[in-house]
Design a protein around this ligand. Sequence first.
Ligand SMILES: Nc1ncnc2c1ncn2[C@@H]1O[C@H](COP(=O)(O)OP(=O)(O)OP(=O)(O)O)[C@@H](O)[C@H]1O
Ligand SMILES: [Mg+2]
Length: 251
Amino acid sequence: MEATQPKTPMVSISGVNKHFGDLHALKDIDLTVGDGEVVVLIGPSGSGKSTLCRTINRLETVDSGDITVAGKPLPAEGRALANLRADVGMVFQHFNLFAHLTVLQNITLGPIKVRRTPKAKAEERARQLLERVGLSGKADVYPSQLSGGQQQRVAIARGLAMDPKLMMFDEPTSALDPEMINEVLDVMHDLAREGMTMVVVTHEMGFARRAANRVVFMAEGQIVETATPDEFFDNPQTERAQDFLSKVMTH
Ligand SMILES: Nc1ncnc2c1ncn2[C@@H]1O[C@H](COP(=O)(O)OP(=O)(O)OP(=O)(O)O)[C@@H](O)[C@H]1O
Ligand SMILES: [Mg+2]
């Protein structure tokens, strides 16, 4: 069963190429992400997953091709770019919380500065989001007083506070101790069920199977295979995907 595509995709990437010097890091990438769709990107180290994510909020520029978010081309600079970055929430492997700000201040900073939300309203929303990620008692502590899994859930709340059009996650659990991985994946799974549009790079194949509408497999800068999770995990079509799965599923 193919995932259905609405008429205006949330993200549309077409013919995108990116080089780092001699390295052709993204090769003719075409990918659309529908509104409310969860796309999991997987593939070997160095295949271009992070680079592709970073092009979507213009942390990397591209050499050729087109990218639109919610039907609009990516802005190059200024306030429009700040708004794009707010529309595309991003959670990285390392938490990137501001160490000198409390949890509440971390979450309200963007809404106050970029969205110009009044402070009281931003704080009210931040507290709701903290409750949603299971951290209602932690508003006034500093990031260093939290576990890695808690910090990562704050990072998710911080992204959500901007009312993003989509959320991108680049290996959000890879730096976490095993017992903290599920608390983060559970929050992500809830978000997926609530209809958030998500692009997720992860090595957590269980999550990919449960939460993804589509799995996109990359190798050497190319999209090699796109399929539903059941199709991909039960019956990968290409030798490269079969080889990758045989390695990641055995340990
Ligand atoms: N800023 C950069 N300058 C030069 N080369 C880069 C840069 N960023 C990425 N690369 C190279 O581009 C290729 C793709 O990197 P990328 O980080 O996108 O891979 P990845 O699929 O996310 O890998 P991993 O699973 O290890 O995170 C790699 O060969 C990497 O070394
Ligand atoms: Mg990466």
